[in-house]
Design a protein around this ligand. Structure first.
Ligand code: NAD
Length: 251
């Protein structure tokens, strides 16, 4: 248990799988009431069951973060039924890597921006509306190493993830005085379903040549950092984009 997390109402998007599921489970272990949300109902309900079966408290909300009105409804429901929305992890996302900028179809660009950037914006707006009247809130947005660097053939993903860092820094400036801290994490290469789209050849290059620790990270390692940013252990951290890349960007 963590005193600063215990009994807090935590909203996690994209919590059916990967980093979101690992974060939801870790938050529950630290005593939070976890509002699991995802577009994938089957796996999202599984995350909720894992938590409840272990004696925690979790509820599932089916949500597509690219639908502004649905985001509003879910956040309002959480706020009215749980009494607050204290901690938020804006994590839902999809993989990029479709082609060079001149090749990216308009529909792919629109989908990427609507989920990975507008989805974070819609969620932040509703979360902040719950947090500001209470004078308490912690938000962690999941950006990427691609939010800090260019990445050939993933211009749409890179643009969305850079945008998430911009929103994070701006929110830190706007809400720091109101006891609402906003940070981002920037994972490098993490073993989740998103990595299934990366060829073995590229995975070998990443682990053998680019990452000094010679391995891909785990969802649990990212979850630990997210929960730290949500807790009082990071009490003076605000507007940060924390890299979790095994040293990739150091060289
Ligand atoms: N795995 C990596 O290497 C890596 C690296 C950097 C950043 N990230 C970021 O981490 C976040 C989580 O990804 P992951 O690696 O756990 O992948 P994942 O595919 O395991 O999980 C992503 C989750 O988001 C959900 N999702 C997708 N579209 C959604 C939508 N419109 N509304 C609600 N939920 C939606 C999926 O159903 C899934 O449960 C993403 O934002 C991703 O960009 C991942």
């Amino acid at each position: 248990m963590d005193k600063s997390i215990k009994n807090k109402v935590a909203f996690v998007t994209g919590a059916a799988l990967g980093i979101g599921r690992a974060t939801a489970i870790l938050l529950a272990k630290k005593g939070a009431k976890v509002m699991v949300s995802d577009i994938n109902e089957e796996e999202g309900v599984k995350t909720t069951s894992i938590i409840n079966d272990a004696g925690g408290y979790a509820r599932f909300f089916k949500l597509d973060v690219s639908k502004k009105d649905d985001v509003q409804k879910v956040c309002e429901t959480i706020h009215s039924t749980e009494g607050s929305l204290d901690l938020a992890v804006n994590n839902a996302g999809i993989a990029g890597g479709i082609g060079q900028i001149h090749e990216i179809p308009f529909e792919s660009w629109e989908r990427m921006i609507s989920i990975c950037l507008s989805g974070v914006f819609y969620c932040m707006q509703e979360e902040l509306k719950c947090m500001l009247p209470k004078g308490f809130g912690r938000i962690v947005n999941v950006s990427s190493l691609a939010g800090l660097n260019g990445l050939a053939t993933a211009g749409d993903y890179v643009a969305a993830k850079h945008g998430v860092i911009g929103l994070t820094k701006t929110a830190a400036l706007e809400y720091g005085a109101f006891n609402v801290r906003v940070n981002a994490v920037c994972p490098g290469f993490i073993q989740t379903a998103i990595m299934d789209d990366v060829s073995q050849e590229v995975q070998d290059y990443i682990t053998q040549v680019r990452v000094p620790m010679k391995r891909i990270g785990t969802a649990k390692e990212v979850a630990e950092a997210i929960v730290w940013l949500l807790s009082d252990s990071s009490s003076y951290v605000n507007g940060e984009n924390l890299l979790l890349d095994g040293g990739f960007k150091a060289g």
